[in-house]
Design a protein around this ligand. Structure first.
Ligand code: SF4
Length: 210
């Protein structure tokens, strides 16, 4: 296929730079413990220094893949899909989410919210990052706010972000993996003092699953 044709299909969301897809257990946040098919789309310029998927950043390294094929693969395994990245909202997600929902698959996203909203979502997990803050619309869409705690200043940032989401949004504090020994006890104390928050742990890493 010509480069121009590929680009046109990407613009329409009919192709996406797929980094990996796999069936596993959601390890984090409100749906922890639930089986889900993960679709990881390449591309991110948010630049978190502690990012654990830096290999996702350069979208050019991930092959443009027909969205219909990704949907077909998902339908073989799961009733719930989690679209993640990278930063998935760099791409138009209307086509893929419509196709998935037509097949009765629940659509979840994990996003920093730094790019324009697209897609139809059963669950919108917003995880704001200091390097590139969410756009206004994305705060409104959030069902779940997941704040990564890497140092003590991140509690203040988490509170600032919590003020921007709706009342029904669930609030989670999650220790950044490389700092979990230091930060988890602080998060425990913080949640007991501020019970509007819950703790999210990266349980898939403890379980040694993807
Ligand atoms: S937004 Fe996510 S994928 Fe992008 S740099 Fe930050 S942690 Fe990594």
């Amino acid at each position: 296929m010509l480069k121009k044709e590929v680009q046109e299909l990407i613009n329409k969301g009919e192709m996406l730079p797929l980094m990996e897809e796999f069936y596993t257990i959601q390890g984090e946040g409100a749906h922890t413990g639930t089986a889900a098919y993960f679709i990881r789309i390449g591309g991110c310029d948010v630049g978190c220094h502690w990012c654990d998927v830096k290999e996702s950043w350069n979208a050019d390294l991930h092959p443009p893949t027909k969205t219909d094929l990704i949907v077909e693969n998902t339908a073989k395994y799961a009733k719930t899909v989690v679209i993640t990245g990278g930063e998935p909202l760099m791409w138009s997600l209307d086509y893929i989410t419509n196709q998935l929902q037509e097949k009765g698959i629940k659509t979840h996203i994990e996003t920093s919210g730094a790019y324009n909203f697209s897609g139809v979502w059963d669950w919108f997990c917003l995880s704001p990052k200091k390097g590139k803050l969410p756009l206004d619309r994305n705060y409104k869409e959030a069902d779940e706010l997941k704040m990564i705690i890497h140092n003590k200043d991140d509690f203040k940032f988490a509170e600032e972000q919590a003020e921007k989401v709706g009342e029904k949004c669930s609030l989670f504090l999650q220790p950044e993996w490389s700092k979990k020994e230091k930060m988890t006890p602080l998060i425990v104390d913080y949640v007991m003092e501020n019970p509007k928050w819950k703790i999210s742990l990266q349980t898939h890493k403890y379980l040694n699953i993807p």
